[in-house]
Design a protein around this ligand. Structure first.
Ligand code: ZN
Length: 380
């Protein structure tokens, strides 16, 4: 039964959660081009044209076995479960000089919603944290968390805040902090923790900001937003109707690495109550810009990754035959983008999802957690 469940999940739309064989990997490109672009691997139609954010109760529940097998495509490899003391080799492991100029792949190590939990993460080129570093942004929570991240050996560490990191939303905290903290924190003290140590060029905290990093010969442009659509009046919450557009418009057109705390609408954003909690404006922007990787968290229970292969925009090798609203929507908005990347890896990197399978989890400083999701991306 397990395999038929998996088939249902993986064959809806062009998205797929796991490809374990090389044959699948070779076929995936053609599949991606010929299917419509409804992204979520679920039986419901989750296009933005659906006005009601309440989806039917999902008929397939998430189960941790989804994450045992890696996703393998031509341009990206994703690992969900592995021995952290012996992580899977990089795709270019056989080549010499994988760590620097000679490498044709970049390894992203993705975590989110760690909420004060600290644990071993595998080595890689870029460590990404998509927010909710702490429970409530108190200094005593943030200090050890940031120390933990700063001491990681990754050549680049890029992090953002989330709705739980209350004190980093300075003006909001001054106005609303007393509703959350009986004794108030001083936000500038906590913001200071986000500065790199003297001489450290590897640590970057982004709050509606861009950043350029070099890895080997490849330049990556990153953008980080701590925002998530309004829910309960937490920090960095924004109104879906009046504020979402302004926030997503800040994402630069040439973004390669996108970090947002909240997910895009319909992509790994399904809550355990069957609600699509993601942001529609963000989804439109991401479809238009096609970053190499978009990491988020916030909805713990929809942890996972999708390698989205976009339909070809140049007619020469387009094999698109399927029609569907998602397809049209994507092909209508072609080319304002600097380069039409063929794929985007979406990662909900929450380490404490809503379901529990302790055989896949390991102990951290505050309970069990899932490992970092490893995403290897071929340099473009
Ligand atoms: Zn959150």
């Amino acid at each position: 039964m397990k395999s038929s469940l998996k088939a249902l999940k993986t064959l809806t739309g062009s998205a797929f959660r796991s490809h374990s064989s090389q044959a699948n990997a070779r076929n995936s490109s053609a599949q991606g081009a010929s299917r419509n672009i409804s992204i979520r691997a679920s039986p419901t139609n989750l296009n933005d044209t659906v006005p009601d954010p309440i989806a039917p109760e999902p008929t397939i529940s998430m189960d941790a076995e989804d994450f045992l097998e890696p996703i393998i495509t031509r341009d990206a490899v994703v690992h969900f479960a592995y021995d952290v003391n012996n992580p899977p080799p990089r795709p270019d492991a056989d080549a010499a000089n994988t760590q620097a100029e000679g490498s044709s792949w970049t390894r992203f190590v993705c975590i989110s919603d760690t909420h004060c939990n600290m644990f071993k993460v595998p080595d890689g080129d870029v460590l990404l944290h998509a927010g909710d570093l702490t429970h409530s942004g108190r200094f005593k929570q943030m200090k050890p968390t940031i120390d933990w991240i700063k001491q990681q050996m990754h050549p680049h560490k890029i992090i953002i805040a989330g709705n739980h990191d209350l004190t980093l939303d300075h003006d909001w905290y001054l106005e609303h902090g007393d509703g959350w903290h009986r004794t108030l924190e001083n936000p500038p003290d906590i913001r200071k923790l986000m500065e790199p140590r003297e001489g450290d060029t590897t640590f970057h905290y982004l709050q509606y900001e861009s950043l350029e990093i070099m890895h080997g010969n490849t330049r990556w442009k990153a953008f980080g937003s701590p925002g998530s659509p309004w829910f309960g009046g937490w920090a960095f919450n924004y109104d879906r109707e009046t504020e979402a557009q302004g926030i997503t418009d800040q994402i630069p057109e040439d973004v390669d690495i996108l970090l947002t705390h909240g997910p895009p609408r319909g992509i790994l954003d399904l809550t355990s109550r069957g609600v699509l909690a993601g942001c529609a404006a963000l989804k439109s922007r991401v479809e238009q810009l096609r970053p190499a990787i978009h990491i988020f968290g916030h909805i713990h229970e929809d942890r996972g990754a999708i390698v989205q292969e976009w339909p070809d925009s140049d007619a020469t090798n387009t094999t698109t035959t399927a029609t569907g609203s998602g397809d049209e929507a994507t092909q209508e908005n072609p080319s304002t983008r600097r380069k039409q990347r063929k794929f985007t890896v979406f990662v909900n990197a929450a380490v404490q999802p809503g379901f529990q399978n302790k055989s896949l989890m390991t102990p951290g400083t505050s309970g069990y957690h899932y490992p970092a999701i490893i995403v290897d991306i071929r340099n473009q």
